[in-house]
Design a protein around this ligand. Structure first.
Ligand code: PMP
Length: 431
């Protein structure tokens, strides 16, 4: 039998260490919300491959759609011989997106979608400046890394970054940054660093993902919409992590009264097959001329087939409703645990739909405790639960089960989480 240890050694010898893995657990197979490693050990998966398998591992309808497509053709390049499924997927996205009269274009990865959203906004406005937020994550390519608002591990040693990118503090009330402070910083930026009339786009996540699952306040979104309208700036919502039911709506944008001009999508859109896109206002989307956008694999037939199946499954299984249900169960359980067991280092518990998270804090109940996060992740894994951390203080556990997770598996996962918290932070200290 191949062991995780053997594979770890081969990995260390053969794979560049810059690509890190959260768990030394080599996958052998996976089904819905469960995963088995090469040693046959069983895990409940609360990571969904970083918010990708919202429709579950090995979803039968999705696999069938992909298999059918592979038997017809797997690649022609949309730029060479186009195919109907690309068009019908764009039609579906245009119809579903909060932006009226939308058009779409498809790519392969999230970073590529963000790069292209910025390209489109720059072409449309004839301007170069882009404003993003501290703690935001937009990808690992040079432009998107420049937009990302977290140094370690993403940016350190990789500069210089493309210029004309500016960061504004993201409002996180629980850590003392208010919407007013963010807006003051933005207005100051217009005075000190770049005139508003030179800004092509403002980009942000409706709920920060890698940054810590902090939801953008409604007041921030309405103010940004006004500022963008006033100065002719394109407002981009990066929905790569929040999209496709994760927050209880198809798009997290649907939670806000104002709408973006462009939306970037990826991850859960194709349930694990590489596909991404930009959806937005027709006038803006149509600014770049033919040949200005694209890529060999962009909107691959396999990705399109998978995405159609994912959208069908979201409708058939009412996964947006299910997402709300999952989020409520998770937050109720954690809040109850926090109250009944005050010695546990649980800080803020938050979330929108099934995009749920909690922080671990020092004894003062406030100070972030990133070292505790690592301990909890290891303890939970030993008990059979896969977790992921996030947050620019490294202080947050995000809970991302597939939206198709059975109630029994959800409960089992939460039982393990509770048991891991108690084992790591209560029982040990009492011994
Ligand atoms: N934007 C957001 C909000 C993301 O969460 C991610 C990935 N974590 C990306 C962009 C980059 O996507 P990809 O890794 O597919 O390039």
């Amino acid at each position: 039998m191949t062991t995780n240890q053997q594979l770890l050694q081969r990995r260390e010898a053969a794979v560049a260490r810059g690509v890190a893995s959260a768990h030394p657990v080599f996958a052998a197979r996976a089904e819905n919300a469960e995963l088995w490693d090469v040693e046959g050990k069983h895990f409940i998966d609360f990571t969904a491959g970083i918010a990708v398998t919202n429709t579950g591992h090995c979803n039968v309808a999705l696999n069938q759609a992909v298999a059918d497509q592979m038997m017809r053709f797997s690649h022609t390049a949309f730029q060479v011989s186009p195919y109907e499924t690309y068009i019908s997927l764009c039609e579906r996205l245009n119809q579903a997106a909060p932006t009226q009269d939308a058009k779409s274009v498809l790519f392969s990865t999230g970073a590529e979608a963000v790069e292209n959203a910025v390209k489109i906004a720059r072409h449309y406005t004839g301007r170069s400046g882009v404003i993003s937020f501290t703690g935001g994550f937009h990808g690992r390519s040079l432009l998107t890394m420049g937009l990302t608002g977290k140094i370690l591990p993403y940016k350190s040693g990789f500069g210089p970054f493309p210029n004309d990118i500016y960061h504004v503090p993201f409002p996180v009330e629980v850590h003392g940054v208010t919407v007013e402070e963010s807006l003051t910083a933005l207005n100051k930026l217009f005075k000190t660093d770049i005139e508003a009339t030179k800004v092509a786009a403002i980009i942000l996540e409706p709920v920060q993902g890698e940054g810590g699952f902090y939801q953008a306040p409604e007041a921030l979104m309405t103010a940004l919409r006004d500022i963008c309208d006033l100065h002719g700036i394109v407002l981009i919502f990066d929905e790569i992590q929040t999209g496709f039911g994760r927050t209880g709506k198809l798009f997290a944008s649907d939670h806000f009264s104002v709408k973006p001009d462009l939306i970037t999508v990826a991850k859960a859109l194709a349930g694990g097959f590489p596909l991404s896109g930009v959806v937005g206002k027709r006038e803006i989307m149509d600014s770049p001329g033919p040949g200005g956008l694209g890529g060999t694999y962009g909107g691959s037939p396999i990705g399109c087939a998978a995405a159609h199946a994912v959208l069908d499954e979201i409708e058939r299984l009412d996964l947006c409703k299910r997402s709300e249900h999952i989020g409520e169960i998770i937050r109720q359980r954690l809040t109850k645990l926090k109250t009944t067991c005050p010695s546990l280092p649980i800080g803020d518990v938050r979330g929108l739909g099934a995009m749920s998270a909690f922080e671990l804090v020092e004894a003062d109940g406030q100070t972030s405790a990133p070292e505790l996060i690592g301990r909890l992740v290891v303890q939970a894994r030993e008990q059979g639960l896969l977790l992921l951390s996030c947050g620019y203080w490294g202080n947050t556990i995000r809970l991302l089960p597939p939206l198709t997770i059975e109630d029994t598996k959800l409960m089992k996962g939460l039982d393990i989480l509770e048991s891991a918290l108690l084992a790591e932070f209560v029982e040990k200290e009492e011994v």
